[in-house]
Design a protein around this ligand. Structure first.
Ligand SMILES: [Zn+2]
Ligand SMILES: [Zn+2]
Length: 291
């Protein structure tokens, strides 16, 4: 989960979700397929996959949309047209007479006790009752088309997982507090939170700041899996191969890190901050970084 939170692109989407933007769907005219977006930013296939894998969004079933063949608009007004006379249809209420069994249109004058409502019919302006009209559609741009020409697109519905979003909110909250605290202490926050190892690979951190020549990188790890901690070792090794790097790395984790692992991190001059909440991170910074 933390891996994707470090990606600038995903952070943007998450902040939009937190601000309450939904996932919008439109249909691509050229590909006749749905395009998903949040706050006007298109979610490409890979982003959608990451959001799903990390349970930030959940799949919530399929839906079919009819779209205008000229502009792929799915904002359609249905026009009811009589297939015989090609004129507009109107909806009328029909009633059955309990005694005679006769079906009549809207009751004239006073409502009789003998009449039971039987639903609706569509009636042509010329007086014909139509059971199965050919619908025409008009899109928001005024194009009129029938079902035959319309694009039918299969759309997946997604909904934001509120539990995961709460976790993400907490993460951003910790991040903001730590970064505000560093700023107020004269540290400059580095927007491009990446550091290149000797191999040339860029490693992304959750938060980076600098003061003078020294750079400080924070790496957040949450959950019980030790794998995430272990997966850091090759990255740290690669960075350490550069020689005298002015980068001070801190791992922020709530879990108990065993001594063996601590020794390994020590070798790379990496400190582990045991913190569950933002104020514990700030505590650490106050004690260890403020000069
Ligand atoms: Zn008609
Ligand atoms: Zn249209």
């Amino acid at each position: 989960m933390y891996d994707i939170l470090r990606s600038e692109n995903i952070r943007g989407v998450l902040l939009d979700f937190i601000s309450g933007y939904p996932i919008d769907v439109r249909i691509s005219l050229s590909k006749k397929e749905p395009i998903y977006s949040v706050n006007n930013k298109v979610l490409d296939e890979n982003t959608l996959k990451l959001l799903l894998e990390n349970r930030i969004i959940d799949y919530a079933g399929n839906e079919s949309f009819l779209a205008c063949p000229k502009d792929a608009s799915i904002k359609l007004n249905v026009i009811l047209i009589c297939p015989v006379h090609k004129v507009a249809l109107q909806k009328i209420e029909i009633y059955e007479n309990k005694i005679t069994g006769a079906i009549i249109n809207a009751p004239a004058g006073e409502m009789s006790r003998n009449l039971i409502k039987r639903g609706y019919f569509l009636r042509c302006e010329k007086g014909e009752t139509v059971f199965n009209p050919d619908f025409l559609y008009r899109c928001e741009n005024g194009h009129v088309f029938g079902l035959e020409d319309g694009i039918v697109a299969n759309v997946k519905k997604y909904k934001v997982n509120e539990d995961t979003l709460n976790f993400v909110k907490e993460y951003f909250n910790e991040l903001n507090q730590a970064s505000n605290f560093l700023s107020s202490g004269g540290y400059q926050i580095i927007e491009n939170r990446k550091f290149k190892g000797l191999s040339g690979v860029d490693y992304e951190f959750d938060l980076m700041a600098k003061k003078g020549e020294q750079q400080f990188a924070f790496y957040f790890i949450k959950g019980d899996k030790v794998e995430e901690l272990l997966s850091l070792l090759p990255k740290l090794y690669d960075i350490s191969q550069l020689g005298n790097v002015p980068l001070n790395i801190f791992i922020v984790t709530g879990k108990q890190v065993n001594d063996d692992l601590l020794h390994m991190f020590d070798r790379y001059n990496v400190k582990v901050i045991k913190a569950e909440k933002a104020d514990e991170i700030i505590d650490f910074i106050t004690k260890n970084l403020k000069s």
